[in-house]
Design a protein around this ligand. Structure first.
Ligand code: NAD
Length: 342
């Protein structure tokens, strides 16, 4: 699609991990008409960019969605209340309330004649019965039904996916939906309770190294399997899917399955240490096994996320290490203000 410099590219959730990196990527691709929105106060955004319209607004509210959709050409709706398993297991109602964001954003997109609308769904929509085995079953798109999604967060995603579908079918809004599988990378949440496994493991290993500890606590048995997608692949996939004719929800994830123990092995290797592992079997751990079946994305786009975990995790480890030391020294650490595209 031809960019129209007089209309906005809107990124919601831009104060968070994927949204902030998406704004950065859009800027580096030459876009200057970017409207970035997040409910957090501007000083708490992970990344902020000059030359971007940065708005701190609560998108649960319909009037705020109408403000941000005004004169918009494209909307990337990444705003949601989310976090790792510890967060989503204990905040089901809050996660489900994100339905307000997508509902009001879809209505505002319609009203303002937006050309394309991207919705970030999740692998948490998949039927829990298909994820009982530890051998990382690869989930195909049709495995979301019959529906038995992750309680709270996953049901909201599944419902919102369907709402995107019906806005497309009934009102002609061009909606595109990707089911992200565990994205990780720099400028993401790495402490505070909302961080996901790759960042949490890196932080725990770094903490042990810096403080001279010999042990690490791991949630679950360590043999749960997952796949992890590096942020650069996530951004490329968002761009390809947004500009494609793929109308049904599609997996966007790595198909390199690893156990949590293997994740720890890698982090220990980067740190140059070996730790005694204490497994907390009562901690939130999610499903036993999950991987992304990439047959469909390969068929449509002849591409799939391909950054190896070793390469992506080492970059993430180094970034968290610097953030950790900055924070220890009493500096804010995590926020980046950039005046140039990067
Ligand atoms: P994130 O928590 O870093 O970013 C989400 C942002 O949305 C936050 O900055 C938050 O403040 C903002 N937000 C929440 N409620 C809002 C509201 N009412 N109004 C405006 N902004 C609001 O999360 P992320 O990892 O960047 O995830 C982005 C999207 O991708 C989310 O929809 C998430 O559910 C989805 N997703 C992410 C992953 C992953 O592995 N990171 C996996 C599956 C799906």
């Amino acid at each position: 699609m031809q960019p129209d410099a007089s209309r906005w590219i809107v990124v919601t959730g831009a104060g968070g991990f994927i949204g902030g990196n998406l704004v950065s990527s859009l800027r580096s691709r030459g876009h200057r008409n970017i409207r970035a929105v997040d409910t957090k106060p501007l000083q708490d955004w992970y990344q902020r960019f000059q030359g971007v319209e940065n708005l701190s607004l609560d998108l649960n509210l319909k009037e705020n969605c109408e403000t941000v959709a005004k004169d918009a050409q494209e909307i990337y709706n990444l705003a949601a209340n989310m976090g790792g398993m510890g967060f989503i297991e204990h905040n089901k109602a809050l996660c489900m309330l994100s339905v307000l964001i997508n509902t009001h954003m879809l209505q505002a997109a319609m009203k303002n004649g937006v050309d394309r609308y991207f919705y970030s769904s999740s692998a948490c929509v998949y039927n829990a019965d298909k994820q009982k085995a530890f051998e990382a079953p690869s989930l195909r798109e049709e495995d979301a039904y019959p529906a038995m999604a992750e309680d709270g967060y996953g049901w909201e995603k599944l419902f919102s996916e369907r709402m995107c579908r019906h806005f497309r079918e009934d009102y002609g809004l061009r909606t595109r939906v990707a089911r992200f599988h565990n994205a990780y990378g720099p400028w993401g949440t790495w402490y505070g309770g909302r961080e996901k496994a790759p960042a949490a493991i890196c932080r725990k290993v770094i903490e042990a190294k810096v403080k001279g500890r010999q042990e690490i606590e791991i949630w679950g048995s360590g043999v749960q399997t997952r796949s992890f997608m590096y942020i650069d692949d996530c951004l490329k996939g968002i761009d390809l899917i947004m500009n494609s004719d793929i109308v049904e929800p599609i997996n966007l994830g790595s198909s390199e399955a690893v156990t949590i123990n293997q994740l720890v092995d890698l982090a220990e290797e980067f740190a140059g240490i070996k730790l005694k592992r204490n497994y907390d079997l009562s901690a939130p751990k999610g499903v036993n096994g999950r991987n992304s079946d990439n047959t469909l994305i390969q068929k449509y786009l002849h591409w799939e996320p391909n950054t190896t975990l070793r390469v992506g995790l080492e970059k993430t480890y180094r970034w968290i290490y610097d953030q950790y030391l900055a924070r220890e020294r009493g500096k804010a650490g995590v926020v980046r203000e950039a005046s140039t595209a990067s």
